[in-house]
Ligand binder design. Structure first.
Ligand SMILES: Nc1ncnc2c1ncn2[C@@H]1O[C@H](COP(=O)(O)OP(=O)(O)OP(=O)(O)O)[C@@H](O)[C@H]1O
Ligand SMILES: [Mg+2]
Length: 355
């Protein structure tokens, strides 16, 4: 039901990082000396029995779900298929999946969002095993282009983890998690960027402390929906083309590819411009007084498209307020946030263990 992957390491205590994204929920923790990653699609599908059968359809639907091994929950008598299985069932009935999250936070238009996220988190992270478990989860930094604050989202998620038995629950912004994942060798100093489905999250960190952090409520979903509108295609067609391994921003040939490239160009310029503006508006006393070059480290599914790093390198090579040594991808762009959250939890357990 969940995808997983391993990286080597060692520890004594349980430390766990959970990245609750608009597209995926991922977690990282250590098992048998290795960091293990698991992820599940942050989606669900309401099985409406009247769509495919009359009468005793609900019982039939439940039996069918059980037989297929699908992951589901029943809320007020309605069956909800969760995670990757939701896509299979949505396709079967020619419908769209529902998302518990929208633009980086819980979707207020879906009243069952909280229950769905709780079930999905349970699937990847499981229950707490001991009161000493240390858990870190991420939230977006305050958005600078949208009218919502992340407090509600943060509190609901904290409640979800409490219900799963976690007691030592900590929160970190998504961009800083990327810095914790990738920039240990650089004293956690540099710029972390996460380009997701619903948002872009950016942090400028010095010695592990954010100088400033922000989020923008545009990401892969925004590229898909706008490129789809301009080419009269469905979002699904655009997403599939964008995610194809051979697609590159510098080599867009057909109309849909050109539309995708145009929105990528707009997104990248937007991120770089917002960084410059925030830097200029930050009081000099709050900016680190250093001239050293530092890296930009990039994560998230939206950054996986061909030519992304090259274009960001070009845009930050001139008139950028911080001297940049290099722009590079995280080692595991889809798991860097979960990995950084795990590392933050691990540092905290090591301190607790007196290491
Ligand atoms: N190979 C690829 N090329 C381009 N885009 C991709 C690729 N693979 C995934 N994506 C896009 O990446 C996005 C998902 O990325 P990610 O898993 O980092 O987001 P998220 O963490 O769930 O969302 P957010 O951080 O915004 O809440 C989707 O928009 C998806 O279409
Ligand atoms: Mg993300």
């Amino acid at each position: 039901m969940t995808d997983s992957k391993n990286i080597e390491t060692t520890t004594a205590h349980r430390a766990i990082g959970v990245d609750i994204g608009t597209g995926f929920i991922s977690c990282a923790e250590e098992e048998k000396g290795e960091v293990v990653f698991r992820k599940i699609r942050d989606a669900f599908f309401k099985l409406n029995p009247s769509k495919f059968l009359e009468g005793s359809a609900n019982q039939f639907g439940e039996a069918m779900l059980k037989n297929s091994g699908a992951y589901y929950v029943k809320v007020d008598g309605t069956l909800h298929v969760l995670g990757d299985d939701a896509f299979k069932f949505a396709n079967l009935f020619h419908q769209e999946c529902l998302r518990p999250m929208s633009k980086g936070v819980l979707n207020p238009k879906q009243p069952v969002s909280n229950i769905m996220v709780s079930e999905l988190v349970k699937a990847v992270a499981g229950q707490a095993r001991s009161p000493d478990d240390v858990l870190y989860y991420c939230v977006p930094a305050e958005p600078i282009d949208a009218d919502f604050d992340i407090e509600y989202h943060k509190q609901i998620l904290s409640g979800v983890f409490s219900e799963l038995g976690y007691q030592n629950i900590n929160v970190m912004t998504e961009g800083l998690a990327v810095v914790y994942s990738e920039l240990a060798d650089n004293m956690y100093t540099g710029i972390g960027m996460s380009f997701g489905a619903g948002m872009c999250n950016i942090v400028y960190a010095f010695m592990g402390i954010p100088v400033f952090a922000f989020s923008l409520s545009k990401g892969g979903d925004w590229i898909d929906s706008h490129a789809a509108k301009h080419t009269d295609e469905t979002n699904n067609v655009v997403t599939a083309l964008k995610e194809k391994a051979d697609f590159s921003l510098s080599d867009a040939t057909n109309g849909i590819q050109r539309a995708i490239s145009i929105y990528y160009e707009s997104l990248l310029n937007y991120v770089v411009d917002q960084f410059k503006e925030l830097y200029e508006n930050t009081p000099k006393k709050k900016l680190p007084n250093v001239q050293q070059e530092m890296p930009i480290v990039v994560s998230g599914g939206t950054s996986l498209v061909g030519g992304f790093i090259d274009r960001l390198t070009e845009l930050t090579s001139q008139d950028f307020p911080v001297p940049i040594s290099e722009v590079k991808h995280a080692r595991e762009p889809l798991f860097a946030v979960a990995n950084g959250l795990y590392h933050a939890a691990k540092i905290s357990t090591d301190i607790g263990d007196g290491k």
